[in-house]
Design a protein around this ligand. Structure first.
Ligand code: PLP
Length: 396
């Protein structure tokens, strides 16, 4: 595996920024992928929580194929039907009133921040600061890097854009103390995905909502990872019963096809013609893919299946605790799950799982993250659990 020629080819031409697993994936179907040797893997990474319908779902492939042969891209100078239809469906199924489509998660969050800064300019005497949380992840543009609560990321690209402050997650007092007349918004993930699958406390989010209302500032939920059914509700805020004023989406929105979006409530909409735009954002192809995913998700109540099968996965993982004292905690909602261990074994465990035909993500040195497709069956869940069991047996 490690002597493959594509490793050398990548070294020769690609930006050396990834620490990749030496695996060449060539095909996918449902929850499974195959490598260049024809080896099969159950895929619980799914492009990091993107492929909510699994690989090559017929509804998604059909919609993309049809739209690609009809109208792939037109300028935002003109109207296009899939853009309107996807925006209407998102508004009809969320607490939001307006949508703007982008091409990635980072762009979606950056759009949300721009929306908040316009709001600060128009309604809050030019307030511009955004408070986010340590260990958050909001993207890799310079602005979303500044909003991300990881100093190591800031240190790579100085100077960071101004106006971003990080405080401890799940600490309402810290947020209150950091709020000033310059604050226009608070930006949070309802579950910190990249940070290690750490869910927010319900009382914390309720308290933050109240604080934002008291101060007249905006609450932004970055739902790039938690949105589109991942937590067992169409949007993560519904799992908590706490509505944001602005929300970012990407990843699962078009089931693996690149798209992002930020959505605002009417009161948080301060953008006017000319204030923002995108060449590719909202193009017919990406939006047709988004419509197919949303229809499939709603018609089959995939968020409910995510709760059922994800709950089962968590339960089965937790029963390992008795046999495997190395397991410290299983946490998450729906199909965003982490299993944390008392030892830094995730690298070794992920490697062994690959050998046994399962892809999982080493989100922390001592924790693995599972992000299966939302239409996973119980039998496939069982298959994954037995592979994790077997892999633990082998490394302990
Ligand atoms: C919560 C959150 N926000 C933003 C991003 C950035 O998304 P993208 O990689 O599509 O730019 C991610 C990616 O992992 C994410 O998890």
């Amino acid at each position: 595996m490690t002597t493959a020629p594509w490793i050398e080819r990548e070294k020769a031409v690609y930006m050396p920024v990834f620490r990749r697993t030496p695996l060449m994936l060539v095909r996918g179907q449902g929850p499974r992928v195959w490598d260049d040797h024809g080896r099969e893997y159950l895929d619980f990474v799914e492009g990091i929580a993107c492929n909510v319908l699994g690989h090559c779902h017929p509804a998604l492939v059909g919609a993309i194929t049809k739209q690609a042969g009809t109208l792939m891209h037109v300028s935002s100078l003109y109207y296009n039907e899939p853009q309107l239809e996807l925006a209407e469906k998102l508004v009809a199924n969320s607490c939001m009133d307006r949508v703007f489509f982008q091409n990635s998660g980072a762009e979606a969050v950056e759009g949300a921040i721009k929306a908040a800064r316009r709001y600060g300019m128009v309604h809050l005497n030019g307030a511009y600061e955004v408070i986010s949380a340590w260990h958050s992840f909001h993207g890799r543009t310079l602005v979303t890097t500044a909003a991300t609560g990881k100093e190591a990321m800031h240190a790579l690209y100085p100077p960071m854009p101004q106006g971003f402050i990080s405080v401890d997650y799940n600490d309402l007092e810290a947020l209150k103390q950091a709020t000033t007349d310059k604050t226009c918004a608070i930006l949070l993930e309802v579950v910190q995905g990249e940070g290690g699958v750490y869910p927010a406390d319900r009382e914390y989010l309720q308290g933050v909502r109240q604080w934002c209302d008291d101060r007249g500032i905006l609450l932004i939920f970055d739902e790039v990872q938690t949105g589109m059914g991942r937590l067992g509700t169409l949007f993560g805020y519904q799992t908590y019963g706490v509505e944001p004023d602005v929300m970012s989406l990407a990843k699962g929105l078009a089931g693996g096809f690149p798209i992002g979006a930020f959505l605002t409530k009417e009161k948080a909409t301060a953008m006017a013609p000319g204030d923002h735009g995108s060449t590719f954002g909202g193009n017919p192809l990406a939006c047709a893919a988004g419509i197919a995913v949303l229809d499939e998700m709603l018609d089959n109540d995939l968020p409910a299946n995510a709760t059922k099968v994800g709950g089962y996965l968590m339960e089965r993982l937790r029963t390992m605790e008795a046999k495997r004292p190395v397991l410290r905690e299983v946490r998450g909602y729906g199909c965003l799950i982490a299993a944390e261990f008392t030892e830094d074994l995730s690298g070794k465990l992920v490697e062994t799982c690959i050998k046994n035909g399962l892809l999982v993500n080493p989100v922390l040195p001592n924790a693995i993250r599972l992000m299966p497709p939302l239409n996973l069956t119980m039998a496939e869940a069982d298959e994954a659990i037995s592979k994790i069991h077997q892999s633990l047996e082998e490394i302990l």
